[in-house]
Design a binder for this molecule. Sequence first.
Ligand code: PMV
Length: 321
Amino acid sequence: MSMNCATRSASAPGKVILFGEHAVVYGQPAIAVPVTQVKASVTVAPAPPGSGLTIVASDLGADYRLDAAPPDEPLTAAARLALSHCSAPEPDATLTLRSTIPIASGLGSGTAVSTALIRALAEFLGCPMETAELSALVFEIEKIHHGTPSGIDNTVVAYAQPVYFRRGHPVERLAVGAPFTLLIGDTGIRSSTREAVEQVRESRRRDPARYDALFDQIGDVASEARRAIEAGRVDALGPLMDENHELLIELGVSSPELDELVESARFGGAMGSKLSGAGRGGNMVALVEEDCVEEVAEELREAGAVRVIVTTITTADTTAD
Ligand code: PMV
């Protein structure tokens, strides 16, 4: 392993889940897309001999030497995983992390931080890795954050492309037949993915038949959405998002604040809308025509959204392996 000790940088986008959250944990398909308007960036720069690895993450309130940090803290765990994957000793370096992705809101903050950190550190160590390897390492860190993640977040963030994801299946990148525009509205309420997933697990334990039927229906919606996205039938996506939201309400993971934003987006002219991610807070997503963007964004703000992000989804022209 040769360390060339030049400064290295990497970044990773946020993401939203468009269809299939929660059901994806139980083997159903789901669709997620990168959100490039927000990102995590990591720079690794050489430091004087003997200084070890220092992690500086002011946006996350963290600033420490690797050897002084708790081993299960996610940033430290990601750095250690990169070192062990690269069979490299701790380098003398300063790792600086910045992120514009809101925390605990379903936009993939933790995932993007781990992805950018592992990629930048591996490159600094002279051991660049393929996207599939990177995604697998980030999945290990996701387990620290979330307990039993499906793997969709690390996949969409590492590949930085729209994906159709099924647990245990090879990654399928989604060809987007016609671009479409999304508005992402933040309730401002932080939500724990781990707790939401645990709540659904407990509900299913009490009534497996009902919950498995809901998961099947969500899976059917995600499969239908995949066909619509690939065929460029954007009109078909709105009603599918509405249907998915209703099923998420039945799963018990929506909240009055999410329902309020979802309804106000529809009122403002969105073609469809739903909560996105773990639910109980965090973000919702609405499908909007170009000329309705401002109107729907205004409705969302009036209904209490603390942040609105606009993003247009196309097939990425990157060539991630
Ligand atoms: O981390 P979030 O809020 O994007 O939610 C993850 C999606 C879930 O389906 C709820 C959990 C998972 O691991 O897939």
